[in-house]
Design a protein around this ligand. Structure first.
Ligand SMILES: NC(=O)C1=CN([C@@H]2O[C@H](COP(=O)(O)OP(=O)(O)OC[C@H]3O[C@@H](n4cnc5c(N)ncnc54)[C@H](O)[C@@H]3O)[C@@H](O)[C@H]2O)C=CC1
Ligand SMILES: N[C@@H](CC=O)C(=O)O
Length: 837
């Protein structure tokens, strides 16, 4: 084994010990807080809350300097330099003294505001010593201490946060990253991982939350170095790779990565999950949050260890941010648009053919083309490139350009996306359209700077139909399975379902959830093979972090308990399609509360199958009311089961065997007593009454129970075994009706009369009807709904058709799904980000 391998093994052992610390609930995580997140007392208190809620002792916190401290230190350096360059007689020491004083006061303010008197005294003392050291450097060998001066920002920030944590949250120690992090130089920033990890291990104290300075490190000679622009993010991912963390969260002032810069494109969509390669490309092409070098340490090529990266807002820590890592197909479909201005296009024969590769190796251009002989570079590279070309004795021309690019997984290989991008640029006439080497972007080189208008237009064209909708199906019985059988064909043929993905399947005890999507054609098989036990807390926790623009739960359970989750679904903005009747027929206060919540959180709630299965009765009532009509009577046969039973029952076959037949056809409720008791019809009448604008509850609807008392308290199984006990009652009722040349039907009736004393009457009961009655001659299983209103007074509106059964109910649920997806497609979210807007 080489020394390097031995060192690497030693690190691995340490890392395993740290990551598998028995006191830790999860693997080590790194949390990095940016300058704006630590700018004021209020911000720092928010950071304390985030740490309280998200950290454990073996985690690592990496900090930037508070607010604009680094800029102020840099300004201090410049002032000192100017002073040095000024003739002695013209020197004025006051501006430097004032700036130094202001910096000191800023720190003192934070210290005194946040810490108790004792701790504040200690930190103020340390600060005083630092200011003395700063003063010495500013008046001494300035250039040699440039980085040492800048380093104070992170040093003070880490010291303060660590002291505060010790005082208020948990044991903590602050670590100066220069004591462990070693790089080769400030050009390549190559980290000596073995040495850095070993030194970090010595500094990290067991049982204390480490607060580490970002941005700064040392070179081999021991000089202070900085990690350049966005260096603290880079520090965080380096530290994560050293401790093999499972996750790094960059807590910043934006709440994620958007499909375009949300400060310029108000309709930008948040990208919840970004594949690593795409994130790197975005960083390379000007994304304001991601920087290409930050992402480098996330994948350890030797160990293949992947650290996930989260971008989240410290101003709104509850909001789901963006996760960067390794994902499946759905995340790979995401597209974004980015731009860069102030670039140069360099045209030279030297860039033709193989020389182009050499130039690219040296200059890492934004894009290049070895057939047309050009490279697009940053303006700052012009001089170096000219010199490089001069040594090759070739001519070069430079012209100012901008770029706009569409970025997404392998977009350069997707003909449809490229064609769309080209179309969106047609008014602009780009100079060139170039595929990036990794194929994750297509770059248009523009003769003029990219404007806000162009960025918004191209973004609109590229992302207008890119809302990803996750679908969770709860209840995999009779109707649930049919719903899933129909799903693959629906997803293929209905345009509105284009970006809808089945991501969850739930039975009462098991769940199968996959953010990368489930294969719809094998849904039930996958469920049987892979589903795991779950409880509602786990379900809600997953739902609160789902990575979709929208999430729809289709409730095809008969469960009251499941319907009680709607409250949390709506609070989280999740949409619900219910075949389950419990919520829509729950007590008035609860129902009104749910309606209010769903409206407040823009959650859509559809339940057309709760009454009449796939029949459009809910739509019809909604439509009448929306168009100003007033309904005063609703009546009919609302139960498919009771319709089938009473239309079929003629005494030749016993009532109980017909009931068992209806159960096996899938038209009854899972427990047929729900139908026979009249409760199912009672619920349906309540649901329609509420739709029609009446405020009432189940108790306001008189209900005749057809289940004999001795059968009422039995288990479902025992009831089915003793079902023959129903037969005498129904045989007698049938005989009595036949004697009057009539028939028996279970009817729902609601009447509103604003003159009568009891204005509203509602009941569901067994009625003896003349054989000629409209309710007496239905196809078995049909429902009939009769509505009287101001517009339908003499001649009622009638809707009739199959009101229960697998196909019509599953079909009705699909109709609800398409309706919701169509409505969501038109929903445009305007981005509102705390810290920006
Ligand atoms: N059968 C029909 O024609 C119609 C039925 N419906 C409604 O559809 C729903 C389902 O009916 P069926 O499929 O016939 O019933 P089913 O009994 O065949 O299936 C229900 C499924 O839901 C599951 N389940 C129960 N509690 C659950 C929970 N808490 N979480 C997740 N899953 C749970 C059960 O394990 C079962 O697999 C019922 O609410 C029913 O009222 C609505 C319109 C028509
Ligand atoms: N059991 C119900 C099913 C639909 O809601 C019925 O028979 O109507």
């Amino acid at each position: 084994m080489t020394t390097e391998q031995l060192q690497a093994n030693a690190i691995d052992e340490h890392v395993d010990a740290v990551t598998h610390n028995q006191l830790a609930k999860h693997a080590t995580q790194v949390h990095k807080f940016g300058g704006s997140s630590l700018a004021t007392t209020q911000c720092i208190n928010r950071v304390l809350d985030i740490i309280r809620q998200n950290c454990q002792l073996n985690d690592v916190v990496v900090v930037s300097a508070n607010g604009d401290t680094t800029d102020n230190l840099f300004a201090l350096y410049q002032l000192a330099k100017e002073q040095r360059d000024t003739a002695l007689e013209e020197q004025d020491p006051r501006p430097l003294e004032q700036a130094l004083n202001a910096l000191k006061q800023q720190q003192e303010l934070l210290i005194n505001d946040l810490l108790n008197a004792n701790n504040a005294r200690q930190l103020t003392h340390a600060l005083k010593a630092d200011i003395e050291q700063l003063t010495t450097w500013l008046s001494g060998n300035l250039a040699a201490h440039h980085n040492d001066i800048l380093a104070y920002g992170e040093l003070w920030s880490a010291r303060l946060l660590s002291a505060l944590l010790n005082e208020k949250v948990c044991p903590s120690n602050s670590i100066d990253s220069r004591d462990f992090l070693v790089i080769d130089n400030e050009t390549h920033y190559r980290v000596d991982s073995a040495k850095s990890a070993a030194q970090l291990r010595q500094r990290k104290q067991f049982g204390k939350l480490a607060v580490i300075t970002g941005y700064i490190c040392r070179d081999e000679q021991g000089h202070t170095c900085t990690l350049g622009r966005n260096g603290s993010d880079y520090s965080a991912t380096i530290v994560a790779s050293l401790v093999r963390a499972s996750n790094v969260t960059l807590w910043t002032d934006v709440d994620g990565i958007y499909s375009a810069d949300p400060r310029i494109v108000p309709n930008a969509r948040k990208l919840h999950r970004l594949p690593n390669g795409v994130a790197k490309e975005l960083g390379r092409l000007g994304n304001p949050v991601l920087h290409a070098k930050t992402l480098l340490p996330l994948i350890n090529q030797t160990t293949d260890h992947h650290t996930h990266l989260h971008v989240a807002s410290s101003f709104d820590s509850e909001v789901i941010g963006t996760e960067i890592g390794k994902f499946g197909q759905i995340a790979k479909q995401e597209l974004s648009v980015t731009y860069l201005n102030d670039l140069l296009i360099a045209q030279s024969e030297c860039f033709l053919g193989e020389y182009c590769a050499k130039a690219c190796e040296t200059f890492s251009p934004i894009c290049s083309n070895d057939k047309q002989g050009f490279m697009v570079i940053n303006q700052s590279q012009q001089k170096a490139l000219s010199q490089w070309l001069a040594s090759h004795d070739t001519e070069v021309t430079f012209k100012p350009v901008g770029i706009i690019a569409t970025v997404g997984h392998k977009v350069a290989e997707r003909g449809d996306i490229k064609a769309r991008f080209k179309r969106s640029l047609k008014s602009t006439k780009p100079l060139h359209l170039v595929n990036s080497d990794n194929a994750h972007s297509v770059i248009a080189v523009l003769t003029e700077p990219c404007t806000t208008e162009l960025l918004n237009n191209v973004h609109h064209d590229m992302t207008k139909d890119a809302r990803h909708i996750g679908l969770v199906v709860a209840g995999l019985g009779n109707i649930g399975q049919r719903f899933l059988e129909l799903l693959p064909a629906q997803l293929n043929r209905v345009y509105a379902l284009e970006n809808t993905h089945l991501v969850g399947l739930l039975s009462s005890s098991k769940a199968l959830i996959n953010n990368d999507g489930l294969d719809v054609s094998q849904a039930m098989t996958l469920f049987e093979q892979e589903a795991q036990g779950y409880d509602h807390e786990q379900l809600l926790s997953w739902l609160s972090h789902h990575p979709y623009d929208e999430l729809i739960v289709v409730d095809i359970t008969p469960s009251e308990e499941f319907s009680l989750l709607y409250e949390q679904f709506f609070t989280q903005g999740i949409h619900v399609i219910g075949a389950n009747k419990w919520a829509a027929s729950s007590p008035t206060a609860h129902f009104n509360h749910l309606k209010k919540l769903s409206a407040e959180h823009n959650s859509l709630w559809l339940g057309n199958t709760t009454v009449g299965a796939g029949l459009p009765i809910n739509f019809a009532i909604d439509d009448l009311r929306q168009s100003g009509d007033e309904i005063n009577q609703i009546a009919g046969i609302f139960s498919g089961t009771l319709s089938w039973l009473f239309e079929t029952y003629d005494g030749s076959t016993s009532f109980s065997s017909l009931m068992l037949d209806a159960l096996s056809q899938g038209i009854t409720e899972p427990d047929p007593r729900e139908d026979l008791s009249g409760r199912d019809v009672q619920r349906k009448l309540l649901i329609l009454a509420r739709k029609a604008g009446f405020e009432l509850s189940l108790d306001d609807i008189a209900c005749q129970n057809l289940v004999p008392e001795p059968l009422q308290g039995l288990s479902t199984q025992a009831f089915l075994e003793q079902a023959a006990a129903l037969d005498d009652f129904f045989a007698q009722k049938l005989q009595e009706a036949n004697e009057q040349n009539a028939c028996i039907r279970y009817v729902a009736r609601l009447q509103y009369d604003d003159i009568a004393e009891a204005k509203l009457t509602a009941k569901v009961s067994l009625e003896v009807l003349p054989a000629t009655d409209a309710f007496a001659n239905l196809t078995p299983c049909d429902n009939i709904f009769l509505i009287n209103s101001r517009w339908y007074q003499e001649n009622p509106l009638i809707i009739r058709g199959p009101g229960a059964g697998r196909d019509v109910t599953a079909g009705g649920l699909h109709s609800d799904l398409v309706t919701i997806c169509q409505q969501l497609a038109n929903k445009q979210n305007q981005v509102k980000i705390k810290g920006i807007n």
